[in-house]
Design a protein around this ligand. Structure first.
Ligand code: SF4
Length: 275
């Protein structure tokens, strides 16, 4: 059975101990640059939440609210969702210590969240009752190819699991600044992690995975990207990545990976040069 556990905040609270669990976001940051990983997760250096990240959080909260109601048989209209989001707005701000430079910036962002949620719901085709909403899955990491227990759990917060004719589809929501090609490699670690978690939790294989992107263009676009059941080679690569990550952690070895990723790195202001 999939159990519905607290929320992303539970995950954030435990983030100071890198040995307590592995998550797709930790793996992805380490893959981007081991020094960025160390600064954030070992040294605990956190940049303030940006408006763009906060928008993503607000939209996630709105969609979670919609699907939680749907799970118990209540179909909310977009306006209802926005009203509920409004009611928990201050709590969302407090969770991230989020501040805006002006009230009008905050109002604008709130409206943008409402528009994106409205666009998503207006384009949503009929969907069955979700099997799980905003669910924290945690399972011991046991190498599927050697049987070795790696001694650390994998943890992921899955936005949505919906039934389909052939089984369950694991869904992740993203907000994006622009449309992008459905490049599977970009999402490979997250998709493989969710697949592993789903299979380990339910003893069943997912029928597919989906990323639903809410694109923040002037007229918002909703893009559905469908990805098939994970293959053996994708899962093999996943375990190779996990092992390389654990080796770095064991040795305390974190190398700089200067490159294109630096243009989007929170530590590119010189913080990482001191390391
Ligand atoms: S700026 Fe570049 S090298 Fe420095 S931590 Fe970020 S990604 Fe790594």
């Amino acid at each position: 059975m999939i159990s519905t556990a607290p929320d992303r905040n539970g995950v954030q609270e435990r983030s100071s101990d890198v040995w307590s669990y592995i998550s797709p976001s930790r793996l992805n940051i380490w893959l981007k640059c081991p020094v960025a990983f160390k600064l954030r997760y070992i040294d605990g250096i956190r940049s303030p939440t940006t408006p763009s990240l906060f928008l993503g959080k607000a939209v996630h909260a709105g969609l979670e609210c919609y699907y939680r109601h749907k799970q118990v048989g209540t179909e909310l209209e977009a306006n209802d969702v926005v009203l509920r989001l409004d009611a928990c707005w201050e709590a969302l701000l407090a969770e991230d210590n989020m501040t805006f430079t002006s009230t009008s910036d905050e109002t604008k962002l709130k409206q943008q969240a409402a528009v994106l949620i409205g666009a998503y719901l207006s384009q949503l085709s009929e969907e069955p009752t979700p099997m799980a909403v905003e669910t924290t899955l945690q399972e011991p990491l046991v190498d599927l190819f050697t049987g070795e227990d790696l001694g650390i759990p994998l943890l992921g917060v899955v936005d949505l699991i919906v039934p389909s004719e052939n089984g369950a589809v694991v869904v992740d929501f993203k907000t994006a600044a622009k449309s992008g090609p459905p490049t599977e490699k970009v999402h490979e670690v997250q998709l493989s992690a969710y697949s592993y978690l789903y299979r380990a939790t339910t003893q069943q294989t997912e029928s597919g995975l989906q990323i639903r992107s809410l694109v923040k263009t002037k007229t918002p676009k909703i893009e559905y990207r469908e990805y098939p059941t994970r293959t053996e080679s994708q899962l093999r690569r996943f375990f190779q990545i996990v092992r390389a990550y654990l080796d770095d952690l064991d040795r305390g070895r974190f190398v700089h990976r200067p490159g294109f990723g630096c243009t989007m790195c929170e530590f590119s202001d010189g913080t990482c040069d001191e390391f």
